[in-house]
Design a protein around this ligand. Structure first.
Ligand SMILES: Cc1ncc(COP(=O)(O)O)c(C=O)c1O
Length: 592
């Protein structure tokens, strides 16, 4: 009642102010600044122009004036009705067939893109158009239903296995990292005696060290566009300790996660659709999205499922030649190691061949190493491409290389903090200047992310007060991920019509579905790709959310889905049994 009365009073006051301002005499124009009459006059003229166009009803921005690279990149539909309207429009225009092309899964579950073939005047046009959000819509409906009418559903919770976002599924942040972050953000705590009872002594010490590296000790201030120099030096020292080769803070660009660093490189490397980037298929859709957005051409190379998602040099050569024969200048090779969505870890031998290939073909090597801490098999180890190149004797002058690391993955999983870095070597000073120019457009990356990136590359060491508890947390997370990967791999491989390579690393399984013809027919009748059909049915029956393989690209005619290993360990047995039950019923329904 009181709230209603005060709202009413506020509205009355606001209304009276509006009346007063309308009836008030126009205030005199401000006197021009004595030193800058021209800008004031120009501003007045611009205002007048704006007012006249606005009043003439001419929109300041129309669709036609938007950058065509953005305009022609896939749109996002967030409702079934828009999706249906779009599909109807495509059919009316002679849409021949379509399938999911890539999936962009940040924040929400899945934006799925359709690659369409249009038959217009007898010609077939390949047109990449975004569709759907079959999953977003379905998910939203199911989430609503679960809240309003839970007994109507065959499950009592949704299990999000669609995004590599560990903390959303209950993974706890590393205590030492959060202690340091909180102290840096609120340095007044450092002077309080209670702080020593609450925080570990090395976290307090580290916070002081970090603050001393930040100009003005101000975490709320912009930094150098490459990132705070002292933090870059610390990261470089961490890289040198990891690789056994020199690294320099001058080569580090701190970024808001790996994604902006990838965009930055694409922006630099792509000038037109004649510029190609070799990308693995299946791939993490950041790459296809970024290449599309910057107007370049994705040159696919297929990972070999038969050899555990092997990266074959012959395949690289074949695709490179084919692209070149079409007039495409291939600028760079993307390698994701450990792989997403495929979870493989490259061998040292293979990496050496990749480095030699880039060197011989004059390609920039874009090494996505965000899963460098996520390795679950005894016989594989992470080797950075920088280390491999240096071990082959290549110096900073020999091979242009950009390596990406992130605070989002590993055992830390701090996706929302948006921290990461890119190490660039082998570029001329002029090119380096251009990289810096692009970085400086955004002023700087966020300071908490910068601090976190330095912590990830310089965690507590033996002898530090936090060391033991830090190791317990780190090993606990990584060994649990390894057990979850194993359990899921065994479960998938035990099922009729599913084969699954080992998840050697990263956070995903990418099982192959060998679907009966009848199931493929049912998917076609429903107007979806077979793996999308399967994933939808799985979601409706179990609440388990996976991403259809067509979202990542796959060998035509093969069907997969990506499932993260991130649900907490105590949920895995129930997840496996409900998955199995669904799959067996699905096969019974469709077995040829
Ligand atoms: C292979 C790979 N690279 C880059 C990223 C982007 O990570 P972020 O921008 O959060 O650092 C991801 C996220 O899942 C990824 O899987």
């Amino acid at each position: 009642m009181r709230r209603f009365a005060s709202d009413k009073a506020r509205r009355a006051v606001a209304a009276s102010l509006r009346v007063a301002s309308r009836s008030a005499a126009p205030s005199p124009a401000p006197a021009p600044h004595p030193l800058s009459p021209a800008p004031v006059a120009a501003m007045a003229a611009a205002m007048a122009r704006f007012m006249s166009t606005a009043s003439a009803g001419v929109p300041a921005v129309s669709l036609d004036t938007i950058n065509p690279k953005v305009r022609h990149s896939p749109p996002y539909f967030n409702s079934f009705s828009k999706l249906e309207a779009w599909s109807a429009e495509q059919s009316a225009r002679g849409l021949k067939s379509f399938g999911l092309d890539w999936c962009h899964c940040l924040g929400c579950s899945a934006l799925l893109v359709l690659k369409c073939e249009y038959a217009v005047r007898g010609e077939i046009f390949n047109h990449a158009q975004k569709l759907d959000c079959v999953f977003v819509c379905l998910l939203q409906n199911l989430q609503n239903e679960l809240q309003k009418n839970p007994e109507s559903l065959p499950f009592d919770e949704m299990l999000y296995c669609n995004i590599g976002n560990p903390q959303i599924l209950g993974q706890q942040p590393i205590t030492f990292f959060r202690e340091v972050l909180s102290l840096c953000d609120h340095p007044a705590l450092l002077d309080k005696s209670e702080t020593h009872a609450l925080y570990s002594s090395d976290a307090i010490e580290r916070a002081w060290q970090i603050l001393d590296k930040i100009p003005g000790r101000a975490t709320g201030a912009y930094s150098h566009s490459q990132g705070i120099k002292g933090l870059r030096d610390e990261i470089a020292a961490g890289i040198a300790a990891r690789d056994g080769f020199h690294a320099s803070g001058d080569n580090i660009f701190l970024t808001d996660g790996a994604s902006p660093a990838v965009h930055m490189m694409m922006q630099l490397l792509i000038g037109s659709e004649k510029d190609g980037i070799l990308c693995p298929i299946p791939q993490y859709p950041l790459y296809s999205a970024s290449i599309a957005l910057h107007g370049g051409s994705l040159v696919p190379y297929f990972l070999d499922e038969e050899t555990g998602w092997g990266l074959e040099i012959d395949e690289l050569k074949k695709q490179l030649q084919e692209a070149r024969s079409k007039g495409i200048t291939v600028r760079a090779l993307v390698v994701i190691n450990p792989g997403n969505p495929t979870g493989q870890v490259l061998t040292e031998e293979n990496q050496k061949k990749i480095v030699e290939f880039c060197k011989n073909e004059g390609l920039v090597l874009l090494a996505d190493e965000v899963y460098q801490e996520n390795i679950y098999v005894e016989d594989k180890q992470f080797h950075s491409f920088k280390k491999i190149a240096r071990s082959l004797g290549y110096t900073d002058d020999d091979l242009p290389l950009a390596s990406f690391q992130s605070v989002s993955k590993g055992y830390y999983g701090e996706c929302g903090k948006r921290g990461g870095y890119m190490e660039v070597t082998g570029f001329s000073p002029e090119v380096r200047e251009q990289i810096y120019k692009v970085a400086s457009v955004n002023l700087c990356s966020n300071i908490s992310g910068q601090i976190l990136a330095s912590l990830v590359m310089n965690p507590p060491k033996a002898g530090d007060e936090s060391f033991e508890s830090f190791m317990v947390e780190k090993d606990g997370i990584l060994s649990s991920m390894a057990r979850r990967a194993k359990a899921l791999e065994e479960a998938f491989n035990s099922l009729e019509g599913i084969t699954c390579n080992k998840a050697e690393g990263a956070m995903y399984m990418f099982p192959r579905l060998h679907l009966p013809q009848k199931a493929i027919g049912a998917a076609q009748a429903a107007g979806t790709a077979p793996d999308t059909y399967y994933a939808k049915r799985l979601l409706e029956a179990t609440g388990i959310v996976v991403v259809p393989g067509s979202g990542f690209g796959q060998v035509p005619g093969t069907w997969h889905f990506r499932c993260t290993i991130l649900p907490q360990e105590d949920k895995i047995p129930a997840m496996i049994s409900s998955f199995k039950e669904f799959h067996e019923k699905f096969m019974d329904e469709y077995r040829d």
